[in-house]
Design a binder for this molecule. Structure first.
Ligand code: UDP
Length: 320
């Protein structure tokens, strides 16, 4: 296949590039580098089946030649980023999805939308199955991300129904691993960076909210299986092992061997407003239709992530 990945220089996007290249496909990565970085794809420079295009997907997209698949990963998935860039967040979810869908129709390409567990908002059903419609505050700070992704799902289904476009929708739950931005503000990079540099781990409020963390290689495998499947309706992809943020902080300390303290802080900005109190994917559908479930235990995934962060921090330290 000849595949376009938007957000190809981002965390999940760049790992998808690696996987698709390893499967023998030709890959075009597109990114405007607002949150992505060419560091994530530097190792692919010169690869004869890989190409990078610097472009903002909210503007008209031109790609020469045929495309068999488009994977729309471009997004600002960190709450800190979308608080800082609310309009870009809405635009990439809404306009970026519209533009990439239009391109998919023109190229007769299969289309995969990277949606999110945030479509469930602060969920009233636990764990969250795909049939749950969600509990989202449209005018809260998270609304820019959540509503753009809900719009993106609706738009994808509209293109499927109106144009017969071959579409897939992945609802991605919290994912972690190498290539996360050290300063993206989410809990994994924050805690790991803090643990490695001896700073206190900043647990927001009481740390009683829960999340379920999926390692990147499992996520990429789920996305690839979904792309090859014929399931049009949304599929949850995530690891159902749920834990409180406080327990997660202790896990990071244990695995990194850090002697950092844990501090309870209440951020002054709006980052914890409407923060989902619990999140855990119901992955029965993914098991059934994709034969997929996560394989990497948290301890192993965290060890790999911590090792990578340690190397990055050492290089960053050496540069300054
Ligand atoms: N969180 C925290 N300390 C941090 C960063 C995040 O306690 O330094 C909490 C945050 O309030 C949320 C959870 O960790 O309850 C996960 O936040 P993240 O930003 O990683 O992503 P989300 O799952 O909310 O999209």
């Amino acid at each position: 296949m000849r595949v376009l990945i938007t957000g190809g220089a981002g965390f999940i996007g760049s790992h998808l590039c690696d996987r698709l290249l390893a499967e023998g496909h030709e890959v075009i990565a597109m990114d405007n580098l607002i949150t992505g970085t060419t560091d994530n794809i530097a190792h692919l420079a010169g690869h004869r089946r890989f190409r990078f295009i610097l472009h903002d997907v909210t503007e008209y997209i031109y790609v020469d030649g045929p495309l068999d698949a488009i994977l729309h990963l471009a997004s600002l998935p960190s709450p800190v980023d979308y608080l800082e860039k609310p309009i870009q967040t809405l635009k990439v979810g809404a306009l970026g999805t519209h533009k990439t869908l239009g391109l998919a129709v023109a190229k007769r390409a299969r289309y995969l939308l990277a949606s999110t567990s945030e479509v469930y908002g602060d969920p009233l059903v636990h764990p969250q199955p795909e049939t749950y419609w969600g509990n989202v505050n449209p005018v809260g700070p998270r609304g820019v991300y959540d509503e753009s992704k809900r719009f993106a799902e609706a738009m994808t289904m509209a293109y499927h129904r109106a144009h017969g476009l071959d579409t897939r929708i992945a609802r991605i739950f919290n994912t972690y691993g190498p290539r996360m931005r050290l300063d993206d503000g989410r809990v994994v990079p924050n805690f790991v960076r803090q643990a490695l540099s001896g700073e206190p781990l900043t647990v927001y409020d009481k740390g009683s909210r829960t999340r379920s963390f999926c390692y990147i290689s499992d996520m990429v495998d789920g996305l690839y299986r979904l792309l090859l499947s014929d399931e049009v309706y949304p599929v949850n992809l995530g690891n159902p092992q749920e834990m409180t943020i406080l327990d997660f902080a202790h896990k990071v300390l244990e695995i990194s061997g850090s002697s950092s303290q844990v501090v309870f802080v209440t951020p002054e900005d709006e980052r914890t407003r409407d923060d989902p109190h619990a999140r855990r994917p119901d992955i029965r559908k993914a098991r059934q239709v994709l034969g997929w479930e996560p394989k990497v235990p948290l301890e192993e995934g965290l060890r790999l992530t911590i090792d990578w962060f340690r190397r990055r921090l050492t290089t960053a330290g050496a540069k300054t």
